[in-house]
Design a protein around this ligand. Structure first.
Ligand code: F6P
Length: 324
């Protein structure tokens, strides 16, 4: 391979820049030409492709967001969009791609390969940590720490007013941020899409806590919980308990997607970026580089897309025991 392109796609995640840096410098180290594509698949379609060198990734290892910008491309979902993308890839003489993103990004890469045989290796970049084939995704650790900082602050005011807070964290289909920030923040209850939490059980846990003189309670809700978002859930609970419990809701939202990446995310992103470029140069294709049990592994896109990464039962059990 003589020329490789790197792009970020889908929801951005802190650490994506560290990953881009590792891809670019890894390519240069191995004597391969490297170009960047702006705004993910949209840039592939519009031809927003530019040469990168070692200096184009200076001073970004510590920055959140992505210098390559990102998008969720509607046009790439269409055969016409993918044809335009292929023509641009060909006209730039690109032999392979590094895709940094999540589920949607790898689904696109898989379809693109089946149609046009452009080999791609992926790096898991999403705060959700919902990809099979890696213990952790780039950005997850930072997002958990950001949520945790907010939960700690909310706990102060909850405690002062003897209140119950429902705090919604991100995670469309996944409760990883919720469970980790919930455990770290000492939440009384964590509600995740992976398990069913009956609202009756939530009410009884909160009432029991009150009887045991708890001065505040925190319920962390993943945005994708089957019972609805934090506001829906809090409203149903209020209907059941009346004004006996003083309830408030906070939605953390996109604050979790920004900010300086933690040391963990920078190192993970650097390992995965280098792993991806070296994997592509060694003949891997349509696979995601991941870290499992501290080892670099490659997992077919199809598995990262289709297989679920379950939340360990122990973690949910722990929330219950530790909030006694
Ligand atoms: O996939 C990452 C994520 O932050 C999800 O947790 C969230 O549901 C979604 O992206 C939000 O996407 P958008 O920024 O496009 O609204």
């Amino acid at each position: 391979m003589k020329k490789i392109a790197v792009f970020t796609s889908g929801g951005d995640a802190p650490g994506m820049n560290a990953c881009i840096r590792a891809v670019v410098r890894g390519a240069i180290y191995h004597g391969v030409e490297i170009v960047g594509i702006r705004r993910g698949y949209n840039g592939m379609i519009s031809g927003d492709i530019f040469p990168m060198d070692s200096r184009s990734v200076s001073n970004i290892v510590q920055r959140g967001g992505t210098v390559l910008k990102s998008a969720r491309s509607k046009e790439f979902v269409t055969p016409e969009g993918r044809k335009k993308a292929y023509e641009n890839i060909m006209s730039h003489g690109i032999d392979g791609l590094i895709a940094i993103g999540g589920n949607g990004t790898f689904t696109g890469a898989e379809i693109f390969y089946n149609e046009y045989q452009i080999p791609t290796v992926g790096c898991p970049g999403t705060i959700d940590n919902d990809l099979y084939g890696t213990d952790y995704t780039i950005g997850f650790d930072t997002a958990v720490n950001t949520s945790l900082e907010a939960i700690d602050k909310i706990r102060d005011t909850a405690d002062s007013h003897d209140r119950i807070f429902f705090i919604e964290v991100m995670g469309r289909d996944s409760g990883y941020i919720a469970i980790q920030s919930g455990i770290g923040g000492g939440a009384e209850i964590v509600m995740v899409p992976e398990t069913h939490t009956p609202l009756k059980k939530v009410v009884s846990t909160l009432k029991d806590g009150w009887k045991r003189q708890k001065s505040s309670s925190i319920v962390v809700v993943a945005e994708g919980d089957e019972a609805g978002n934090a506001t829906d859930i809090a409203n149903s609970i209020k209907e059941q308990v009346g004004d006996k419990l003083d309830i408030r809701v906070t939605t953390l939202g996109h604050i979790q997607r920004g900010g300086t990446p933690t040391a963990y995310d920078r190192i993970l992103a650097s390992r995965l970026g280098l792993g991806a470029i070296e994997g592509l140069l060694n003949g891997h294709k349509n696979e995601m580089a991941g870290i499992v049990n501290n080892e670099l592994v490659y997992t077919p896109f199809i598995d990262t897309i289709k297989k679920r990464k379950p939340i360990h039962d122990d973690l949910l059990r722990m929330v219950h025991i530790l909030s006694i």
